[in-house]
Unconditional design. Structure first.
Length: 394
């Protein structure tokens, strides 16, 4: 039989349930008829027998089922995570397999780069500021004498000093630098020379003087006597440089100075014009001109007056035949001017700016034409043109 309280099966003779301790009530009702005792023709309706509910009996299975469900969910999640971990690296591996495998090549040795020398740290020097320069008396006198020698070369030359080539410029400067030195002895004392109407110097001394005065030396036009160079000779006559005045001496760098100046020319006691110039010089302890050497003649403007303004290179080239002796004292540039002077007399307009500038300063020059044929020249002019041209070609 079953306990009416807990529903568990107990012994039929038990008075108390051994499971829940409830007293067992005796069943006084008659037993129901079985199917064998009943008439087979009678349809029997069987009703379910009520079984007392056992709460403790279903709690345990439910808990077990819930635990199994939870464990199953956890297992599914863990399985998915493991699957994801396995698939991810597999995908990476597959992607890598898509790239063609490069053949391994032996590594090339790295070229040795030349070691760069350490860069020298150069300190930036402040920008030099130009300022007025006040030389001492000895330096100023040396600069003035140097400018005076240039003025003599300009006044006595057919062309300005800036127009001569190096050879003629060196020859003219040497002549007047030594000729005008008799009063001061800067050049004579330096080279142990005595004043003379014809001054001779060795090539070495001339080279030293020119290099430390002009910064260049060209001896190709020099005249020699007994193996020495004739530095100067002859009498300049009644023409000379009256004086030279220096202005605005300025220090333009650590070593260079620049100054303006004007030279006054005199002919037979009369003012004959001026030479206005700007000169740059640089320091040189070997120079006799106050310790400075010529760096550049920035400008030189010659402005002559009176008869000097009408000076001809060859005054009579249109009225007499010239000889080689008449032209022997001329340098190549003077010959060039003398030949073109013949055409300038006829008003020829020059294309060369140096010729146009030179003859433009002459009062007699009247430029009127670009065509001066040989037929326009007289017999003297034609002959002199041919002679001068032959000497130029030599």
């Amino acid at each position: 039989m079953f306990c009416t309280k807990c529903g568990k099966e107990i012994d039929d003779s038990a008075k108390f349930c051994k499971y829940c301790g409830s007293p067992v009530e005796a069943d006084t009702e008659e037993p129901l008829e079985t199917a064998s005792d009943m008439d087979t023709d009678v349809e029997v309706s069987e009703e379910p027998v009520f079984q007392p509910r056992n709460r403790k009996k279903w709690v345990v299975p439910v808990c077990i089922a819930a635990g199994i469900a939870i464990l199953g969910s956890v297992g599914v999640v863990a399985a998915n995570m493991a699957k994801a971990e396995k698939e991810t690296p597999k995908k990476v591996v597959e992607e890598k397999k898509e790239e063609p495998k490069k053949e391994e090549q032996p590594a090339e040795p790295e070229e040795e780069k030349p070691t760069e020398p350490a860069k020298e740290v150069v300190e930036e020097k402040p920008v030099f500021q130009e300022h007025a320069f006040t030389p001492d008396a000895e330096t100023e006198a040396g600069l003035n004498q140097f400018a005076t020698a240039l003025a003599w070369a300009d006044f006595f030359g057919t062309a300005k000093v800036t127009a001569y080539d190096d050879a003629e410029f060196c020859k003219r400067f040497l002549f007047y630098a030594t000729r005008m030195d008799y009063g001061t002895g800067r050049v004579l004392n330096r080279y142990s020379l005595e004043p003379a109407s014809k001054l001779l110097m060795s090539e070495a001394d001339v080279t030293d003087l020119l290099q430390n005065s002009l910064g260049k030396c060209d001896l190709s036009n020099m005249t020699y006597e007994n193996g020495q160079i004739i530095a100067c000779g002859g009498d300049p006559g009644s023409r000379w440089v009256e004086d030279v005045v220096l202005n605005n001496i300025t220090q333009i760098s650590e070593t260079d100075i620049r100054f303006d100046g004007v030279a006054h020319y005199n002919s037979e006691g009369q003012n004959s014009g001026t030479g206005t110039f700007t000169i740059t010089m640089t320091q040189n302890p070997n120079s006799v001109w106050g310790g400075y050497t010529l760096k550049n003649i920035d400008s030189w403007v010659r402005d002559l007056q009176g008869d000097e303004a009408n000076t001809y290179v060859l005054r009579n080239s249109d009225g007499q035949y010239c000889t080689e002796k008449d032209l022997s004292h001329m340098c190549a540039y003077d010959l060039y001017l003398a030949r073109n002077e013949i055409y300038a007399r006829h008003g020829y307009i020059f294309d060369n700016p140096d010729l146009q500038e030179y003859f433009g300063d002459m009062e007699w020059y009247n430029p009127t034409t670009k065509d001066v044929p040989d037929s326009a020249l007289n017999e003297y002019e034609r002959a002199n043109v041919q002679l001068i041209l032959s000497l130029e070609n030599q």
